[in-house]
Design a protein around this ligand. Sequence first.
Ligand code: HEC
Length: 192
Amino acid sequence: MNFKFSALVLVTAALSIVTPALAQDGMAKQGTAAQWNDKGQLLQPVGYREWIFVGAPVTPNDLNDGKAAFPEFHDVYIEPTSWAQYKKTGEFPDGTIIVKELVSVGAKSAPSGNGYFEGEFIGLEAAVKSADKHPKEPGNWGYYSFTQPGAAPLKVTALKATASCNACHQASAKQDYVFTQYYPVLRAAGKH
Ligand code: HEC
């Protein structure tokens, strides 16, 4: 291999490594695992509405004195490769990312009856299990919030907010800091 050719190969290889990291508007690339920038901020995952939907807890403001900690519907999704592993082993593998998208209560009655019906998207939270990024956190889970006050557009990147988040998860979640007790899809995967 002459010098020019090998230099070209090197440049091409370097570009192919760098290119995937150039996510649009700082957001993560579709269909990939959790990604962080060099400031340790998690990039907002994209395409998560096409992940595996595991449940929809709802804590309506009107049952929580107008101040639900996470208003109101919580649509929870797990990233598909983590899900495939979970089905096989019954454990959340390193690299698992779970998001909960917050959705306001819209209508309270529908032709089907009175109840709570989803309104608008208002927030996004994420939990990521990574021994590399969160070596000291319980279960290696790091928690991130992309939600903005007043439901302004979501943040594109989020700093780890573990301390304010994991107390509840540590105290009450059924399996590995995840609230599997509220996700029939995960329970039906068969191991728990
Ligand atoms: C007041 C207790 C409490 C706090 C504080 C809390 N969570 Fe949770 N979290 C829950 C409960 C309970 C669930 C499951 C039921 C639900 O969504 O209401 C949950 C579910 C989740 C889920 C879905 C996966 C799972 O583990 O079940 C994510 C992601 C999540 N929380 C992220 C966060 C983030 C990020 C923070 C900090 C900004 C946080 N949580 C703080 C109680 C809490």
